[in-house]
Structure formats: C-alpha cells, structure tokens
Design a binder for this molecule. Sequence first.
Ligand code: SF4
Length: 70
Amino acid sequence: MSAIYRIRIDSRRCQGHARCLAFLPDTVDFDDEGYAYVPEEKSCRAEMTDALRQAAANCPERAFQVVAEE
Ligand code: SF4
C-alpha cells in the first residue's frame, strides 16, 4: 500500500517567519496572528516532493512536518 503524506504545522512551535511559504505558496496560509497553517483540503499529498522536503528542512522551528500515513 502506498503512503499518503500529510502536512502538519505545530502551532506551538511556529514563529511565523514564512520560510515554508516560499516553497509552497499555494498550500500554506497564515492566520490573523501571522502563524502558518495548511487548510485541511490541502494537507494531503499522494507523493513526497522536493517542495515538501524543502519546506520541512527550512523551517527553523521544526514546526513544519510531513508525516507519512499508511
Ligand atoms: S517556516 Fe516554520 S516556523 Fe516559519 S512560518 Fe513556516 S511553519 Fe512557521
């Protein structure tokens, strides 16, 4: 069975500096207080991509995570 990749942003860690937005401009959004979130309908992907990897790797707070689900 192939995995589904789900994006999660830990709101306790996010500091709102928007590095993730640079890699996923059509996916990441920001709330009224300037913290990142991903709308539910955009949070699942059928495959891991460079943009997902880069967004996670460049989040200095380790708030942006991509989790593989069976
Ligand atoms: S790069 Fe990380 S800490 Fe910064 S806005 Fe994105 S998720 Fe939040």
